[in-house]
Design a protein around this ligand. Structure first.
Ligand code: PLP
Length: 358
């Protein structure tokens, strides 16, 4: 079957060199070679996350570490700041784990403002807050840089950021922002197959987790940390060693491209897609909130998105319909990972041709 180039917001295209690295023969997960691998990958990821904190890995997708974060680090009550489906997931996770939590849901298409964060945190009710950086369902990107000064006023609050669809495409300056736990998944801007996730873990988060009795087992973030410290960069159960090889190779590619160049490329691709969307359709989010890694386009022409995707499929291209209740009302073009402007141009030209937009 011919491969369809993916413009969906994960999984995304994976470079052949990375796929090749994934097929490296296995080593024992308790071997010195594995320790070296996880240590090497950790150091590279710390650079990209601009953090000195340990990097926790999980052989699960990102939702697992989101679960670990809210369960292990809420002693009192969590506040979930949601701007869409994945924001709401934090709240569902809290409920499923019996973690006391409230949710503030912004009007869809807009982000969380500093005033809203301040309003909730100033009540003193909360010791953990969650937020989505790039909300893949609505194409909203929260301005976490503008929220950081508010979080700084509340040092008792552990700040968790879901950077699943932004990390490695947009700068997430973890330590400068004061983010305690930043979670991301392999299958988005990192450009790996799905099945691995990682999180930064601050000293504040660690201290909090020490006071939480029921942290679960598989997603007990303290246990992940203890294994890194005591077992020298290992993982409590069996790691997806293939993913670690892939991440090692991909981090080398990212370092070679340069962080600034990578972020600028994502910026330029986002602008190209947003400008095109505004010309022929409209942006679903208010423009100032538009994500730099996935564009959610309002279907103002009432086209059949399903039919468009069928036609694109004949040309070996694919994009995403709207998520959940936004299906057919919107469609989404992801501009993540290793995609280049020429890929975006190819997709846009194909859509224009199919819909006769010129
Ligand atoms: C913003 C966001 N958060 C969380 C998730 C869940 O991540 P995963 O599928 O890796 O568990 C996704 C997945 O699409 C996402 O886009």
């Amino acid at each position: 079957m011919a491969h369809k180039k993916l413009f969906i917001p994960g999984p995304i295209e994976v470079h052949p060199d990375v796929l090749k690295a994934m097929s490296t023969p296995m080593i024992g997960h308790r071997s010195g070679d594995y320790t070296e691998l996880q240590k090497r990958v950790t150091e590279k990821v710390q650079k990209l996350a601009f953090t000195a904190s340990p990097i926790l890995f999980s052989a699960s997708s990102g939702s697992g570490l989101m679960e670990g974060a809210i369960r292990c680090c809420t002693a009192k009550r969590a506040i979930v700041f949601s701007v869409g489906t994945f924001g709401n997931r934090w709240h569902e996770i809290a409920q499923g784990n019996g973690v006391p939590a409230d949710k503030h849901e912004a009007e869809w298409g807009t982000g969380i403002t500093p005033e809203v964060v301040d309003q909730y945190l100033s009540t003193g009710k909360y010791d953990l807050a969650t937020m989505t950086h790039s909300e893949t369902s609505t194409g909203v990107m929260n301005h976490i840089g503008e929220l950081a000064p508010v979080f700084r006023k509340y040092p008792e609050v552990v700040w968790c950021v879901d950077a699943v669809s932004s990390f490695a495409g947009v700068k997430v300056d973890v330590d400068a922002l004061g983010v305690d736990i930043m979670v991301t998944s392999s299958q988005k801007c990192l450009g790996l197959p799905p099945g691995l996730s990682l999180a930064t873990f601050s000293a504040k988060a660690e201290k909090r987790a020490q006071g939480v009795a029921n942290r679960g087992y598989y997603f007990d973030l303290l246990q992940l940390l203890q294994f890194i410290r005591e077992k020298n960069f290992q993982y409590p159960s069996t790691m997806s060693i293939s993913h670690m090889y892939a991440l090692d190779a991909q981090m080398d590619r990212i370092l070679k491209e340069g962080f600034d160049a990578r972020f600028a490329r994502h910026d330029a691709m986002a602008k190209r897609v947003q400008d095109w969307a505004k010309k022929h359709f409209a942006l679903y989010p208010k423009e100032q909130w538009a994500s730099k890694t996935v564009t959610c386009i309002a279907n103002t022409r009432a086209i059949s998105v399903a039919d468009l995707n069928k036609e694109l499929g004949k040309r070996n291209l694919t994009l995403s319909n709207g998520y959940g209740k936004l299906k057919e009302k919107t469609f989404r073009i992801a501009h993540m990972g290793d995609l280049q402007m020429s890929d975006i141009d190819e997709l846009i030209a194909a859509i224009e041709d199919i819909l006769k937009l010129r």
